[in-house]
Design a protein around this ligand. Structure first.
Ligand SMILES: [Ca+2]
Ligand SMILES: [Ca+2]
Ligand SMILES: [Ca+2]
Length: 335
């Protein structure tokens, strides 16, 4: 692979095996609503890969980008990490990759919202026995692929970095309590929803410091296995492109929180041009809780009131789609 060149990828993961762990009811609901959307919890495409120095395992087009889309290696255990190029991509020291979700968006639901899987493992012998062999990456997220927010991390404890916790391949990858990997909560960076996840290898913070508790001279950089959404909502699959100047539009929801005795919350939109707008409401399990609403909205201000009469109190996500654009807002219904 040609190093130090920006390599754009717009490859879909449609050929990846589709497995569903947490949303069977969702499909029944969709079938009932006469809609036919399907999605997987995995990252769907690689937008940018900029390899770093040294290790180039799994970078051959025979393996990449397939090896970072789809679920993590199901054979990995905390003491036997994946070394399969069909599953693992080495970023190299300082390498950078951006993955996109195209058939689902990660949302800020309860607890962690996505998990990054790397081939870390727990050392079984030597002076660092019991400590992970960690080749970390910092993690950033973005709605538009342009503006990224980095999760805070600690260089010494590695808390807040990916590539630290081994994979438990036998577990459900969408269950952070058992899956292993390093999980991230959008609430920690104040975002309701993201489409893009960026990983930048920072192994140098260990490798360049012989006093670091995780130091090892053989560290060669972050090895990505998978990025998996824990909380997400489906979206109409679109080709993802980097938007240099995303056209702004207004999408407000008020009152929010709302209670039944205060009437219905109102969506206020301001669209750049007349569009067919799709509205759908999901609960925190990603289950659609009302039929998709199709609205023909003109350019400029438009209001629509969300029918919440039959919904129990709780946290919901309202998804708006038009012209291949998508946005999600949290809605809290209280007693
Ligand atoms: Ca997906
Ligand atoms: Ca993989
Ligand atoms: Ca969350």
């Amino acid at each position: 692979m040609n190093r130090h060149n920006l390599i754009p990828f717009f490859r879909s993961s449609c050929e990846c095996r589709r497995r569903f762990f947490t949303f069977p009811l969702f499909f029944l609901l969709l079938a009932g609503a006469g809609s036919a959307q399907s999605f997987d919890p995995w990252a769907d495409s690689v937008v940018v890969f900029l390899p770093g120095e040294g290790q180039n395992f799994g970078q051959d087009p025979a393996y990449f980008p397939r090896n970072v889309l789809g679920p993590p290696d199901s054979t990995a255990t905390p003491t036997r990490a994946s070394t399969d190029p069909n599953e693992i991509l080495s970023l190299g020291l300082g390498g950078r990759i951006v993955l996109a979700f195209t058939d689902n968006l990660i949302i800020d639901g309860p607890g962690p919202d996505f998990t990054v899987f790397e081939n870390a493992f727990i050392r079984q012998f030597g002076p660092k026995q019991g400590l992970p062999f960690a080749e970390p990456a910092r993690v950033a997220v973005s709605r538009d692929g342009v503006h990224f927010v980095t999760f805070p991390f600690d260089s010494l404890t590695l808390k807040g970095l990916a590539g630290v916790t081994p994979t438990n391949g036998a577990a459900d990858p969408t269950d952070p309590d058992s899956s292993g990997g390093d999980s991230f909560d959008l609430a920690d960076v104040g975002l309701d929803t993201v489409r893009f996840v960026e990983l930048v290898d920072v192994t140098a913070i260990i490798k360049d410091n012989p006093d670091h508790p995780y130091w090892d001279p053989t560290l060669s950089g972050f090895d990505l296995d998978a990025v998996v959404a824990v909380n997400s909502v489906p979206v109409v699959p679109t080709a993802v492109q980097r938007q240099n100047a995303p056209q702004r539009f207004v999408f407000e929801l008020y009152p929010n929180p709302v209670s039944h005795n205060r009437g219905s919350p109102v969506v206020q939109m301001n669209l750049p041009r007349a569009s067919m707008v799709e509205m759908a409401l999901f609960n925190v399990l990603g289950q659609q809780v009302m039929p998709t609403e199709h609205i023909r909205a003109g350019a400029g201000d438009y209001r629509w009131s969300v029918p919440i009469e039959s919904l129990p109190p709780g946290l919901y996500f309202l998804r708006l789609q038009f012209d291949n654009r998508v946005a999600v807002r949290k809605l809290q219904i209280v007693r």
